[in-house]
Structures are given as structure tokens and as C-alpha cells.
Design a protein. Structure first.
Ligand SMILES: [Fe+2]
Ligand SMILES: [Fe+2]
Length: 372
């Protein structure tokens, strides 16, 4: 019998295990995964030589502990269906919920796989053993995560073609420092999102309409470790978080990542209703946890309780509805409507940036454990 992606020790093995499954050419799912908009997960490329040149000596003690934890691989074999995987009644699922949930799974699979391709490429191109070891371990985890979501999608007769995506999806270039900010944040917000849903469903098991949520605790611990690695990487160069310009970039990335999450989640009302979660509550809860965690390395947090914060996010959300409606409508009037929406979204994003931040004194040692 072939190996399952959850037992793979490298990303390559995990992807091969997924590809070896009976072919399911679902062009719709892959087409959704191929989309590149401000709101869909992208694939990234960077200056791999610059990243390979990182010297982790300043954080050596903490680095070795983290890498040893990741090498011990506590989640090997976790990301596969077991007896806990209840039967999913896809045909009986309310159509709107089904559509939103499938969209959620495809977008999550793409985001997981986006991490995998970036980390795998860094491992392939690098020669610095510290760096290649870390990136190979993270690529392994992300390939398992993406593979597991694909297993869930397969039951609905859908799969994202991971090999095709690697070859054909457009790659966006980010300078290494932007990769650190964006990836660090996406790992930590990923942790906060998964654990918040997991804890909510622990308290309200009757709302667990799909078994995949039972796997979220171990899952988010992987993301937490990945985030820890990026926190240590940023600690190797104080200018990354302390220079005036970089502080502005950090604020920009925090705002962009939070606003994107807000808009994306508000696009899935039925999904959140089924979970019994108010997207605004969920957003704020995730922002709060993420902010608390990022105090390990970022010199500021966003003021998410500022009176202008939520109303401005809601205006960006309204603008997004207008953009989507304009695009659906088509023609000159539709184009104008979408353009109006983009201007409104942009202006409100700038308005978010004018909210003063809360300063944070960064601790000497960034290391944290997942506590939520
Ligand atoms: Fe992941
Ligand atoms: Fe991750």
C-alpha cells in the first residue's frame, strides 16, 4: 500500500502520496485555487540567496530547541482520517453552506500549499544547514496539511491539483523581509484562527458540522512552531523590527492581514452561522490572540478596540461587496461600480493606517508556547 501524506517525512513524499491517489480532475477547484486577487492566497518567491545567508548564531540556544521539537515530529501520522472521522452528508448539506464550506476548504488548502512551495523552494536552493533544515521541516508540515484538506475535499468529489498548481500558479515576488513579516503573521494568525474554532466547538460540539475541525488543535500547534521559527529569524537582525521604516512596514502588514481576514470571513455568512460564530466576534477574538502573540517580536500592536477600527473594517467590507457586484454586473456601469468600490476600499484602508498603534516593549527572548 502506498504511503499516506500524513506519514511522509518530506514535502516531496507527501505531495507524491497525494498525486498517487485516484485521479480526480476537478477543474473548478483548481481554477478557484489558481485565482490571484487581493483576497485569495498567493504563491510567493523571494531572494533565496539572501535568506540562505541568515546567521542564526544570536538565537542559537532557542533555535536548537525549536528545531529539535520539530524534528521529534509529534504530529507524524496525525493528518489522516481515523475512526473519529464521522461520515459527512455532503448531499444533505444545505447548498449555500456547502458552497461556502468548499470554498473555505479550497482556500485553506491553497494557503497551506502556498507555504509548502515557498518553504520547499528555500530548502532546495539553500546551502545553509540551519535554514534548509528548518524549511524542509516546515514544508513537510504544510504538505501534510494541504494533503489532509484535499482528502476532505475528495469526499465531495473535488480535489485541488497540487502538482498543476505548483507549475502554473503565478508567483508573487516579495523581498525576504516582507516574507518574514507576512509569513510570520500568517502562521500566527493561522494558529489563532484554528484554535479559536477548536475551542468554540469544544464548548458547542453540536455545531461541528464536519469532522475536520477535530484535527485543529494539533494542526494549530504546527503553525505555532512555524511562527516561532520566523520570530527567531527576525530576532537575528534587530533592524528588521526596530528601524523606523520597518516599523511602518510592520504596521502595514498587520493592518493588511487583519483587514483581509475580516473581509474574507464576512464573505462566508452561512459557514459561520453553521458553526454558531459571529464573524465580527471571531475576527476580534483572533486579532486579540494574534496581537498578544506578536508582542514577542513586534514593537507595536494595532489598537483593535479603537472606536474607528471596526466601523472602518465594515466599510472595507461594504466596498468589497460593491466590487463583487460591479464585476458580476459587467459592462461600463459595472466597471464604474467596481472602481468606486476599489477607491472606497483603498481610502478606508488608509484610514485604518491612521489609527495610532500601541507601543510594545519586546522581550529579549521571543520564545512562546501555545497557551490558548
Ligand atoms: Fe499549515
Ligand atoms: Fe504553517
Amino acid at each position: 500500500m502506498n504511503m499516506h501524506s500524513s506519514d511522509a517525512t518530506t514535502a516531496e513524499e507527501a505531495i507524491a502520496a497525494q498525486e498517487a491517489l485516484p485521479p480526480l480532475t476537478n477543474e473548478d477547484a483548481t481554477r478557484v485555487a489558481m485565482q490571484n486577487t487581493l483576497l485569495t492566497p498567493r504563491f510567493y518567491t523571494t531572494d533565496f540567496d539572501e535568506m540562505d545567508a541568515i546567521d542564526v548564531t544570536p538565537v542559537r540556544a532557542e533555535w536548537d530547541v525549536l528545531i529539535a521539537q520539530m524534528k521529534a515530529d509529534p504530529n507524524k501520522g496525525h493528518f489522516k482520517k481515523t475512526a473519529d472521522w464521522d461520515t459527512v452528508d455532503w448531499d444533505g448539506m444545505e447548498p449555500k453552506l456547502k458552497a461556502e464550506f468548499i470554498d473555505f476548504l479550497i482556500s485553506s488548502c491553497t494557503a497551506e500549499f502556498s507555504g509548502c512551495v515557498l518553504y520547499k523552494e528555500m530548502k532546495r536552493r539553500g546551502s545553509n544547514e540551519d535554514i534548509t533544515t528548518l524549511f524542509q521541516l516546515m514544508a513537510r508540515d504544510e504538505a501534510r496539511h494541504a494533503g489532509f484538506i484535499n482528502d476532505a475535499l475528495r469526499e465531495a468529489g473535488i480535489a485541488v491539483n497540487l502538482g498543476f498548481l505548483t507549475q502554473s500558479k503565478k508567483y508573487t515576488y516579495f523581498r525576504p523581509k516582507f516574507i518574514y513579516y507576512a509569513t510570520y503573521l500568517s502562521e500566527k494568525i493561522g494558529y489563532a484562527r484554528y484554535i479559536t474554532i477548536f475551542r468554540h466547538l469544544e464548548a458547542h460540539p453540536e455545531k461541528r458540522f464536519h469532522p475536520i475541525f477535530k484535527w485543529f488543535r494539533e494542526w494549530c500547534n504546527d503553525e505555532f512552531s512555524h511562527g516561532e521559527a520566523f520570530a527567531l529569524l527576525m530576532k537575528t537582525d534587530p533592524a528588521l523590527t526596530e528601524s523606523r521604516v520597518n516599523k511602518m512596514w510592520i504596521k502595514f502588514f498587520l493592518t493588511a492581514v487583519f483587514a483581509t481576514m475580516w473581509v474574507r470571513d464576512h464573505q462566508r455568512p452561512e459557514f459561520h452561522k453553521a458553526l454558531g460564530v459571529d464573524p465580527a466576534w471571531y475576527g476580534q477574538e483572533v486579532f486579540r490572540k494574534t496581537s498578544e502573540i506578536t508582542r514577542q517580536v513586534f514593537p507595536m500592536t494595532l489598537d483593535i478596540d479603537h472606536p474607528r477600527w471596526q466601523p472602518t473594517l465594515n466599510r472595507i467590507q461594504d466596498a468589497n461587496v460593491r466590487i463583487a457586484a460591479g464585476e458580476r454586473q459587467g459592462g461600463m456601469a459595472g466597471k464604474l461600480k467596481a472602481l468606486g468600490g476599489r477607491i472606497k476600499a483603498g481610502a478606508n484602508f488608509v484610514a485604518l493606517l491612521t489609527i495610532p498603534v500601541q507601543k510594545n516593549a519586546v522581550p529579549d527572548s521571543p520564545r512562546l508556547e501555545p497557551v490558548y
